[in-house]
Design a protein around this ligand. Structure first.
Ligand SMILES: *Cc1c(COP(=O)(O)O)cnc(C)c1O
Length: 277
């Protein structure tokens, strides 16, 4: 997926605004913690424009922190930069990032093709929960057998190809460029769980459409926080925050701003830590 050029190119005012996103509002080199659940709107007309999506977090207009919170959004920007995606948003857990993406991309009666070697919770979600609650069914395949993957994807029916870049716990490495090509040839969206290889593999740069993370593992690094993220095109992230149809907005697996702040301080040394791992 092509990454859009920064919107502040050749625009000093936009550059200044973007710097306020990168640095704190007082110019600090670390982000501030926006610990508000709800935000003030002075003009009633502004409220209407926010609800219709005309004004949004991209222009520093916030309504309510289950929708968007500035600190959580900042951590999302760090993860989008890390994964080379246009946008990202953080969730309360890795499994909520995965379940929300699948519910956003699949409709009732939908079909998923997934690797047979997956994190246990994801496997249970696909095997038991999604068929019972949404009639979304999954065909499991050996992700290293590209012929089997090709045969399992049904053009016009299979909405998602899901696999882990390096699987937990069996460490099967997926050929992301080849698998993405197979899926895209049939119009299927590729979702990759990159929990085991942040900064080692960049699925979106290798052809995947969406990258999900359990931040609870290597990104957090301390085994003390449960968190997740969805990285992908801005259109997908925005659709997941939609007030009427968004899986993140309406199921509400929101990350707390204080957690986002704490995790943001661990991103700068993730590269050093991954090298040691
Ligand atoms: C742990 C893990 C998950 C689930 O993440 P939580 O943060 O525990 O909800 C998903 N995928 C992989 C590969 C994992 O290791």
């Amino acid at each position: 997926m092509a990454v859009a050029p920064p919107p502040w190119e050749n625009d000093p005012a936009a550059a200044l605004a973007s710097v306020r996103h990168v640095f704190g509002e007082h110019g600090g080199v670390n982000m501030s913690i926006e610990a508000s659940a709800t935000f003030t709107v002075v003009e009633p007309e502004t409220m209407r424009r926010m609800f219709t999506g005309e004004l949004g977090p991209d222009r520093d207009f916030f309504i309510y922190s289950r929708h968007f919170n500035p600190t959580v959004l900042n951590l999302g920007r760090q993860l989008a930069a890390l994964e080379g995606t246009e946008a990202a948003y953080c969730t309360a857990s890795g499994i909520s990032a995965i379940s929300s993406v699948l519910l956003q991309l699949c409709s009732s009666g939908g079909h998923v093709v997934a690797s047979a070697t997956l994190y246990g919770g994801t496997h249970a979600l696909l095997t038991h929960f999604l068929p019972r609650t949404c009639n979304i069914t999954t065909t499991f395949v050996d992700i290293t057998d590209h012929e089997a993957v090709k045969n399992a994807i049904v053009q016009g029916r299979t909405q998602v190809l899901f696999f882990e870049s390096i699987s937990n716990p069996t460490l099967t490495v997926a050929d992301i460029p080849e698998l993405s090509k197979i899926a895209h040839d049939k119009g299927t969206t590729v979702v990759v769980d990159n929990t085991f290889s942040p900064m080692v593999l960049s699925p979106a740069r290798l052809g995947a459409d969406v990258v999900v993370h359990s931040i609870s593992k290597f990104i957090s690094g301390g085994a003390d926080v449960i968190a997740g993220a969805v990285c992908g095109p801005a259109s997908l992230v925005n659709s997941m925050m939609d007030l009427h149809q968004g899986a993140l907005m309406l199921l509400g697996p929101t990350m707390n701003a204080k957690v986002a702040f704490e995790l943001s301080e661990r991103i700068p040394h993730l590269g050093l830590r991954m090298k040691e791992h």
